[in-house]
Ligand binder design. Structure first.
Ligand code: HEM
Length: 367
């Protein structure tokens, strides 16, 4: 028997409209998930920004009043001299040819604000706040590694837990936890290959820094292109052994930066690399091929360094989702997890400033 259901057929929508509705659904789903995480509603683990920040703060030393990751660093000021090449791909005002002020920070990826520089491991970072004349900002935090070690927030949390130390002894709580994690996470291999082979440098100036997460540049016609950006050093690396770095004292990175800046400004070339169809946009453990289209966005000029305790970067939250019109986030889960965690760390460290005499009389303007 033929089904002669009296239900009227739904009105036909053009396929493009279905596509758009699906896209909106996906974006709302991703936003919903990130709000659920920010609000601590994810169950059963309830992996909240607060728990992430707790774990980051348990890797040795006393983080009170400091960033819970990349806790030891130095502020700098300078400018971004845009070449104008980026303006073909994005309407971001600081990509139009011109010079824009920058407040930045160089740091080591430690949880301990008093860690000796040689103990900070392989990871060094640069954070930038580039300000356009109309007040729009582009904030970015970049690392010297070419790929991130893990692809999800859950894995990042587990890896952080594996690095926890006993507060009393400073020794790892479970020395086997990191090796166990590594053997269960093959996606870490590209990061480990870099960590095994990259030169140990004595200077922030001798490193390249990579944004790692993908974003979209959006041009005046509304065309979106997936992009990853980096700043490439102009000072040739002079590698040392880890033992030589240790012998250079606990704060050799900031002393080196100050000494170099007394001689003149430091420069990095800022580049953007575009994805080709099929390149992984939502997985920062996977690099894009070197031959992808690349443009030089401009030159970062670092002019002056200032101690963090009294410097202009102290009260900045380098939240990677503070973006100008013309740059949009991808749905990389690592990227979406960063913003709420940075906010939790920021709120915590700002509330603690009064407990740390060295920080109590700093710049004082929360931003
Ligand atoms: C592509 C991956 C990542 C990159 C490139 C990155 C980079 C950075 C950089 C450069 C900083 C230092 C910013 C500064 O100098 O103020 C930083 C801080 C921090 N990171 Fe990440 N990070 C990544 C992933 C994550 C993830 C997945 C989390 C946790 C969900 C996280 C949590 C933090 C926290 C809490 C801070 C301190 C924020 C503050 O108090 O201002 N990061 N990160």
């Amino acid at each position: 028997m033929t089904d002669i259901s009296p239900e009227p057929a739904p009105p036909r929508r053009p396929p493009a409209l279905y596509g758009r509705l699906a896209a909106i659904g996906v974006v709302l789903g991703a936003l919903g998930a990130s709000f659920a995480y920010a609000g601590g509603w994810l169950s059963p683990g309830r992996l909240t920004p607060g728990r992430i920040v707790d774990a980051l703060g348990e890797r040795g030393g006393d983080p009170t009043g400091h960033r819970r990751n990349h806790a030891k660093g130095i502020c700098f000021t300078g400018s971004f001299e845009a070449s104008g090449e980026g303006a073909r791909y994005s309407t971001a005002p600081m990509l139009a040819a011109g010079r824009y002020p920058v407040v930045g920070r160089l740091a080591i990826a430690t949880g301990d604000p008093a860690a000796p520089d040689a103990s900070g491991g392989r990871v060094r970072s640069m954070a930038l706040r580039i300000i356009a004349p109309d007040g729009q900002e582009w904030r970015t935090g970049m690392n010297n590694l070419p790929v991130f070690p893990v692809a999800t927030l859950e894995a990042f949390y587990e890896l952080t837990l594996a690095g926890r130390v006993d507060k009393a002894t400073g020794r790892p709580l479970d020395p086997q936890a990191t090796p166990r994690f590594v053997s269960a996470h093959p996606e870490m291999q590209p990061f480990l290959a870099w960590a095994r082979s990259a030169p140990w440098t004595p200077s922030y100036a001798e490193e390249d820094y990579h944004g790692l997460n993908a974003f979209y540049f959006v041009d005046a016609a509304g065309t979106r292109r997936a992009v990853r950006w980096s700043v490439l050093g102009t000072v040739p690396p002079e590698p040392r052994t880890p033992a030589e770095l240790q012998a250079m004292g606990p704060d050799f990175l900031s002393r080196d930066l100050e000494a170099r800046l007394r001689q003149g400004m430091l420069r990095w070339r800022m580049v953007a690399r575009f994805a080709a169809p099929g390149d992984p946009v939502e997985d920062s453990t996977r690099a894009w091929p070197e031959d992808r289209e690349q443009v030089t966005l401009g030159t970062l000029v670092v002019e002056q360094a200032e101690e963090e305790a009294s410097g202009p970067c102290r009260d900045v939250n380098y939240d990677p989702l503070v973006l100008p019109a013309g740059i949009e986030p991808s749905r990389d889960p690592i990227l979406l997890a960063r913003s709420p965690a940075y906010a939790a760390s920021y709120l915590r460290r700002q509330a603690e400033l009064g407990q740390v005499p060295a920080l109590a009389h700093g710049p004082g303007a929360g931003r």
